[in-house]
Design a protein around this ligand. Structure first.
Ligand code: ATP
Ligand code: MG
Ligand code: MG
Ligand code: MG
Length: 469
């Protein structure tokens, strides 16, 4: 059985052997892209190379890129704990060609690595292509020998990638692993494709067209390749488990969470352990990359993730701050591949402990209020926005934490009512400030908060630079 660390190394060695330049992961905060909150795909650090703004340092490259998907268009926060395959933080293994090799080589490399180098059973694999991409279909037939019914044509955006309305774009091919009939879910393109039976492991993007104002206007003179494979998903396949949370790294983190809380039994606790293990990774890596908890922007996303995990620690009966005590287990698992984690360990531990101590002051009271407010609500009902706002404003409950807390009971939250209460409070605060006679500075501050989206950061979804569709 290969460990996650060995699989990462093996991927990079394979592509180094194929002439790729191996580059280290870029930090989670994008340095070349103010429109993007966190790096969410392996190609992000190469964006300017793909658009032609920068010359590539080498014609091909390979990396294992730290990614966070917890905001904006790619938001997997709500999936964590509930699907076998989503994390807020994960590593994306990728190989890239900047006008060097194209479709045939990309498919050839992927197939060789999966089935020859790693020995994955080809009968378990299914590929998708964009419905009009006959070239990719024929190449899959030729290179893999997969039967036609396991090369599925998909007509949706899932199989067409674009960076935005301008620049390179092109069809994708996704590779799926079938974890077996005993797991609910259908093949890609079927009505129950969202189940966890067929798990997407690798996404190949064939950049071959140029877009302007959302329309394809030309063929790229030098087509390029961008691929991304989730390390945790391929680790599950290679370790013979269905669930990412049963791979070596997650088993170690969940074991640490279980031993510190002494709680391991029922399924509800299982969700909590998963959420804690996942959020421990995202918060620690964000802190290591210089993000600090704050009431807006990136720092608020970090705080939201932390507090969510802290509520789950509370659910498990933790009487004292828990998160910081799990950091050594994380550093033991991932510190070698990511030395920044060890270097930042004291900062991570101190920050988590301080934040959890602070949040615990209001957490129990907030949960009591939540219980009271929902005591008479049945599944299908919604918590009123006024109470959700009070939880946010007085007890420090991020909106999605309240949502997460009610989800097991099938209760929703009135989002519009929450937003309204927030807007009302902002208006009142503005009026009070005006009345205080402290004119100019105050105005400026309120305008700024409004422009930057206030404490609930929701601003990037429409213009976000995307890794993949
Ligand atoms: P899915 O459809 O399963 O949500 P995706 O199509 O959104 O995946 P891509 O954007 O194509 O994912 O990312 C490339 C690869 O990264 C995926 O094939 C998958 O292996 C991995 N990946 C994507 N999102 C996550 C996540 N939240 N957690 C873990 N791995 C992920
Ligand atoms: Mg997704
Ligand atoms: Mg997908
Ligand atoms: Mg995909």
């Amino acid at each position: 059985m290969s460990s996650t660390n060995e699989i990462r190394r093996s991927f990079l060695e394979f592509f180094a052997g194929e002439g790729h330049r191996v580059v280290p992961s870029a930090p989670l905060v994008p340095y070349n892209d103010p429109t993007l909150m966190f790096v969410n795909a392996g190609m992000v650090p190469f964006k300017n190379v793909f658009t032609g703004l920068e010359a590539p340092a080498s014609p091909t490259a390979a990396s294992s890129q730290k990614c966070v998907r917890a905001g904006g268009k790619h938001n997997d926060l709500d999936n964590v704990g509930y699907t076998a395959r989503h994390h807020t933080f994960f590593e994306m293994l990728g190989n890239f060609s900047f006008g060097d090799y194209f479709k045939e080589q990309a498919i050839h490399h992927a197939w060789t690595l999966l089935t020859k180098e790693w020995g994955i059973d080809p009968h378990r694999l299914t590929a998708t292509v964009y419905h009009t991409d006959d070239e990719a279909f024929d190449l899959w037939r030729k290179i893999s020998g997969l039967p036609e019914e396991r090369i599925i044509r998909i007509a949706t955006k899932d199989n067409f990638w674009a960076m935005g309305d301008e620049g390179p774009c092109g069809p994708c091919s996704e590779i799926f692993y079938d974890h077996g009939e005993h797991i609910p879910g259908g093949p890609p393109g079927s009505p129950d494709e969202d189940g966890d039976r067929f798990v997407e492991i690798w996404n190949l993007v064939f950049m071959q067209f140029e877009q302007a104002a959302g329309e394809i206007v030309a063929d790229l003179p030098r087509p390029s390749i961008d691929t991304g494979m989730g390390l945790e998903r391929i680790a599950a396949v290679m370790q013979g488990v269905h669930d990412n949370y049963e791979t070596d790294t997650f088993k170690a983190l969940i074991a640490a969470s279980k031993s510190l809380t002494g709680k391991s039994v029922d399924t509800e606790a299982e969700v909590s352990h998963r959420v804690i293990a996942d959020h421990l990774r995202s918060t620690s890596f964000l802190l290591a990359d210089g993000v600090l908890p704050a009431s807006e922007g990136r720092g608020y996303v970090l705080r939201r993730i932390m507090r969510r995990a802290m509520r789950h620690a509370h659910l498990l009966g933790a009487r004292e701050p828990l998160m910081h005590r799990l950091v050594p287990a994380l550093v033991a698992e991932m510190g070698q591949a990511y030395p920044e984690l060890g270097r930042a360990q004291p900062l991570i531990e101190e920050t988590l402990e301080r934040e959890e101590t602070q949040f615990r002051r209001t957490l129990a009271n907030g949960l009591r209020l939540l219980d009271e407010a929902t005591a008479t609500l049945d599944s299908g009902a919604s918590l009123d926005g006024e109470t959700a706002f009070k939880l946010y404003d007085t007890y420090g409950f991020p909106y999605d934490l309240t949502e997460d807390a009610l989800r097991p009971r099938g209760i929703g939250v009135d989002r519009a009512g929450f937003d309204e209460a927030m807007a009302r409070q902002k208006a009142a605060a503005r009026a009070a400030w005006k009345g205080s006679g402290q004119a100019a500075d105050g105005e400026l501050w309120f305008d700024l908060v409004e422009r930057e989206g206030g404490s609930e950061f929701t601003g990037y979804s429409s213009t976000e630079g995307e890794g993949r569709v």
